[in-house]
Design a protein. Sequence first.
Length: 338
Amino acid sequence: MNKQTNQQAEKKKNPLSAIIIVLVVLAVLGAAAMIGMRIPDTMELERKMDVAAASINADGVTALAAAIEQHPQAANLADARRLADEMIKVAIDEATAATDYRTLEAFTAALKENTAWKPYATEENQKKLADAWAETLRRMQKDQDQLNELKAVAARIVNAPALVPADIGAVADFRLPVGLAGSEETRIAAVYAAAIALKAQDLADSTLALAADKEKVRAGTEEPCEECGRQGTVPCQSCVRNPGKCPSCNGTGVMKATKLVGKKFESVDQPCTRCDGSGQCAACKGTGKRECFYCKGTTKRVNTQLAVRSMKENLKQLIADIDRQGAELERLKAAAAR
């Protein structure tokens, strides 16, 4: 009884110790709750970081920046921000190296307009972007100067009464810059058509080898072959009376020969020397048909007038593409000056 009374008295004398114990328990529970809240955010942000790192472009950075805002409790928040910043720098470098002004436009707009990008609109990133624009515009202007020279040659070919091989060679040797890569098939089609019109088979073959759609390129120089009725074959003239059969033995595979037997001549059978005893026409191998001389079996025949027309149409399209790229350059220069 005295012992229990003493314990109660002791507790009344030291209320502070009980309070401390309660505070420690609450602190532990709070920390555990906080950790429990941070773990899902951390894991989700880690996943978003992995996805973003695999697509280093404006969309990837936007998605990561949005994820950073959505998961403010994540333990790896600082790492995610560093990754977003690094992605911006890498993408700008890659766009500059490739003269990819569209990516630079996307990054410029995002840094100005997308609120999720605001933490990355640093002075360093702004300067990097400005330097990238300066270099990209310099390269585009250099490319455009060369494209204007190509445009002059193309216009000369279109307006000339006759083809000049040197001018065709200049178009054939020209390599379009990245910004006009989509016009490469047009250039190839124009050169191929010109080579067909000039009967420059080596140039035609080497140019056609570069085409992604060879059938489409050839189509600009060909028409259906009427010599064979668009069949690719014509009747074999060697066996026209008896199609497919050897004209010497009439398909029997044997022929009569006169030989001296004893003291008199006799008629004997022997394998036909023209078909080696097969009975088939040697010229057409028994089919009764030969490959059309004009279309070489393709059912289509080259038409030089059609080739010239196709060449001019493609060169006009190329000139329009060059003008469009020039207008795009002027638009970008005006935007950069603002």
